[in-house]
Design a protein around this ligand. Structure first.
Ligand SMILES: NC(=O)c1ccc[n+]([C@@H]2O[C@H](COP(=O)([O-])OP(=O)(O)OC[C@H]3O[C@@H](n4cnc5c(N)ncnc54)[C@H](O)[C@@H]3O)[C@@H](O)[C@H]2O)c1
Length: 374
């Protein structure tokens, strides 16, 4: 616990858009958190966010934040390529770590980071935002209590069309990326979320097949001048055979029309079915519907206040709603020594499945995931 009695001290690295919209409001709303320090390589960003959230200590080098005894939990909210090295440094410094996803762009180093955290005895959480949707957590309970029966099909879709416009800048394409073959992209950024949700709800994947395509041939890419002719994968469809026998279907897309965050999960079981739409529409963050084997018309389900983190509702913007829940879970898991969920190990397994989908596409075959069924 931090010097501020009874509270856990948090230090955040990466003081920009997503930190402001999602992470920092989550910590600020938790009564067991003391926002102890903030760090950004761009000093004015760290200072602005410190002023806004009442954080007294500002750093520009993450090593200084990691050496600060007031920090017990480190939050990594920086660009993708920095997640792994910053998280490893935080683990080596003996701090609990929340990292934005993806932890790494390959599975092996993500598994190694999970093992390093276990050796150090620190907790980890990966920023799989949508596990912390009240509707998704209710579906998880229905699966576990058996009220949907045996699960036959799980469908995960992502419709999120900001990149349908070729002039909407694409993030995070490395300038030296070879352009003579398809560059997996939506399946990495959005597919990793979907795969994690589908795995959390349905258990381990046994085998996958996939088809990936580039639909928009030229686009603006952040950091490059003018439209680039670049074969970005902007649509993937996949088939899943679960170890349990459940069948799965997934789609990740940059171009399927629909609003943020654009996640839809459908579960069909022997006793009932449920559909969660995590799509911000007309000021409402998400919806949940359920049907029964003997009453087949889907009915809306209204979840009570106890399903929402304190002070939030369906009218709360989705980044804040889900992240307040995610951070509340992580802090409470640490403080109350509760069992962990949504850890770096889950990030590594999701990465392994995304890698398998990419291999399935390029090699035009089913790819087995026997190794992920432990
Ligand atoms: N989970 C989700 O649903 C979700 C949604 C949006 C964004 N994200 C992820 O969150 C992360 C942050 O997103 P963003 O839009 O705020 O990114 P951003 O690039 O706008 O901001 C990142 C900040 O990190 C700082 N930074 C970079 N390297 C640093 C270092 N070594 N030490 C200290 N500061 C450093 C940059 O100066 C910048 O201010 C990204 O990985 C993004 O993919 C996740």
């Amino acid at each position: 616990m931090s010097a501020v009695s009874g509270k856990i001290g948090v230090g955040l690295i990466g003081a920009h858009d997503w930190a402001e919209k999602a992470h920092l409001p989550g910590y600020a709303a938790h009564e067991r958190v003391h926002l102890a320090a903030i760090c950004d390589v761009v000093p004015e960003r760290a200072r602005a966010m410190a002023d806004r959230f009442g954080i007294t200590t500002v750093y520009h080098d993450h090593h200084d934040l990691l050496a600060d005894p007031a920090v017990q939990l480190v939050d990594v909210c920086t660009p993708t390529h920095t997640h792994l090295p910053l998280s490893l440094d935080a683990i080596a410094a003996g701090r609990h770590v929340l990292s934005e996803k993806p932890l790494a762009t390959a599975a092996a180093p993500a598994f190694e980071a999970a093992a390093a955290a276990a050796r150090q005895g620190v907790r980890t959480k990966l920023g799989f935002t949508f596990r912390y949707s009240p509707a998704i957590r209710q579906i998880k309970r229905w699966i576990e209590d058996g009220s949907l029966g045996e699960i036959f099909h799980i469908h995960g879709f992502e419709q999120n069309s900001q990149f349908l416009d070729p002039d909407f800048p694409l993030r995070q394409v490395s300038p030296d990326q070879p352009r003579d073959r398809l560059i997996p992209s939506s399946v990495v950024g959005y597919g990793s979320h979907l795969v994690d949700l589908m795995r959390w709800l349905g258990g381990e994947f046994a085998s996958v097949a996939a088809s990936m395509r580039n639909f928009v041939p030229e686009r603006i890419v952040r950091g490059m001048t003018g439209r680039q002719r670049i074969p970005i994968e902007d649509g993937t469809v996949g088939l899943v055979e679960y170890a349990s026998g459940t069948q799965g279907l997934l789609q990740s897309s940059y171009i399927a029309v629909g609003n943020y965050p654009g996640v839809e999960i459908r579960i069909y079981g022997s006793r009932g079915a449920a559909v969660a739409r995590l799509i911000s529409e007309f000021g409402v963050a998400e919806s949940l519907h359920r049907a029964e084997a003997d009453v087949v018309e889907f009915q809306p389900v209204r979840l009570g206040d106890e399903h929402f983190p304190p002070g939030t509702s369906l009218g709360t913007p989705w980044p804040e709603l889900y992240y307040r829940n995610l951070i509340r879970h992580f802090v409470d898991e640490i403080v109350e020594d509760r069992s962990e969920e949504c850890t770096f190990l889950d990030g590594a397994r999701s990465q392994q499945i995304v890698d398998a989908l990419v291999t399935a596409h390029f090699e035009r075959r089913w790819v087995d995931l026997g190794g992920a069924s432990a």
